[in-house]
Design a binder for this molecule. Structure first.
Ligand SMILES: [Zn+2]
Ligand SMILES: [Zn+2]
Length: 388
């Protein structure tokens, strides 16, 4: 940093430096991914930009609607129809030119490689559906990255730290939550209803919860021992009520039957891109014959019509597809069946397709299994934000 640049850096953050234990350089270099640029996400992103977090990744698949504007400081009327993540990142850079926010306009599970999560210091979940939280929970647990789950209703909010050996989001799922989640899926796993679990909310509670989320995210990465002592522990859930005012922390119990705690271990970085590498390449790397690449999701390979036999190749994760795909355009009957795969071996026709053609995002981490032994490969480095 030149001395002029460092002077303006010191000036901008001079009020921070008066705070005991504050380390602006640590704040600036912390890598934070914000999942969801809705009501809470807008407030979180605003705060991170103001405070001087530079390495910010924003993920959202949605576009801006007029009904978002009552709770979204980063959006304007003229932004309607534009991707939330892209607009939020641009506004964050505007608020603070030090902030190098990048946007991923996509689904946090299927369009963000696990290597992108692995590259973060902490993830802040600002999501409004159970399904998105379940997906983010698995991505963070698999890559060993701590995450904060924020949630709001009109007068209540909660912030949970999910990290290490503590309880995860899935541990705390009740039967009613599973039922609510399953209502959105057809029996073949396709989405019936794209709408999130829209809850009545107002900007005040979003702002309160966002303030706590950002405060806690910075506390989690702080090196000052006094700050470390007062932060949440893994599995801690902070309940917030603003009517009447009330705040308390409870520890979430680990569910011993929870299956979400799998972690990728001994990940090998493959120098290359998902646009070139094929499942066959990974199979060769891992013992050849008998090895199989585990996709980690059900890939909808094709829709086949029971009535006329017509088949259409799809190659999209089934959860990203819509139940209307059952309609056959050739014979107009509504009887098309889904053909899916969850893993690919050398005998599969798909083994010579590129990983990107099979729906695998850049920097994703894939497991290859052979004789009951599994190895993890990350396909290319995280290119989001130039390998922060
Ligand atoms: Zn769990
Ligand atoms: Zn047909």
């Amino acid at each position: 940093m030149t001395s002029a640049a460092s002077n303006s850096f010191d000036n901008r953050y001079s009020r921070h430096s008066q705070i005991r234990g504050w380390n602006q350089n640590r704040v600036a270099s912390t890598r934070i991914l914000v999942a969801g640029a809705g009501a809470i996400g807008n407030e979180v992103i605003k705060l991170l930009a103001l405070i001087g977090v530079q390495r910010l990744t924003i993920v959202d698949f949605d576009v801006i609607e007029t009904s978002n504007l009552t709770r979204s400081i980063l959006f304007r009327d003229s932004d309607a129809g534009l991707p939330k993540a892209r607009v939020a990142a641009a506004r964050a850079r505007e608020i603070n030119p030090d902030c190098r926010a990048v946007a991923i306009d996509g689904d946090l599970e299927f369009d963000v490689g696990l290597g992108v999560y692995r590259n973060q210091d902490i993830v802040i979940g600002c999501l409004d559906s159970i399904n998105a939280r379940l997906a983010l929970n698995r991505c963070c647990l698999m890559t060993g990255v701590p995450w904060l789950n924020g949630g709001i209703e009109s007068e209540f909010g909660e912030v949970t730290l999910i990290a290490g050996a503590g309880a995860c989001f899935e541990c705390s799922m009740t039967e009613q939550m599973w039922e609510r989640r399953n209502l959105r899926y057809s029996c073949t796993g396709q989405i019936k209803d794209f709408s999130a679990d829209a809850a009545p909310t107002v900007a005040t509670i979003a702002s309160v919860v966002a303030g706590i989320l950002v405060n806690e995210a910075l506390a989690q990465v702080a090196t000052d021992p006094e700050i470390a002592e007062s932060r949440l522990s893994p599995g801690d859930k902070l309940f917030i009520s603003i009517r009447p005012y009330h705040l308390h922390v409870a520890r979430v119990d680990i569910n011993p039957e929870c299956t979400a705690h799998a972690t990728c271990i001994n990940i090998e970085l493959i120098d290359g891109s998902v646009n070139e590498i094929t499942p066959a390449d990974l199979i060769r790397l891992h013992g050849g014959e008998g090895a199989s690449v585990e996709l980690g999701f059900d890939l909808l390979v094709s829709m086949v019509c029971v009535n006329c036999g017509e088949s259409e190749e799809i190659l999209v994760p089934i959860e990203k597809t819509h139940a209307t795909l059952t309609l056959c355009t050739a014979c107009s009957s509504n009887t098309r069946r889904a053909e899916t795969v969850a893993w690919i071996d050398e005998r599969s026709d798909l083994s010579s397709r590129t990983l990107s053609a099979l729906g695998i995002p850049a920097a994703h981490i894939l497991a290859v299994a052979h004789d009951g032994f599994r190895r993890w490969y990350q396909i290319g480095g995280n290119t989001v934000g130039n390998n922060w």
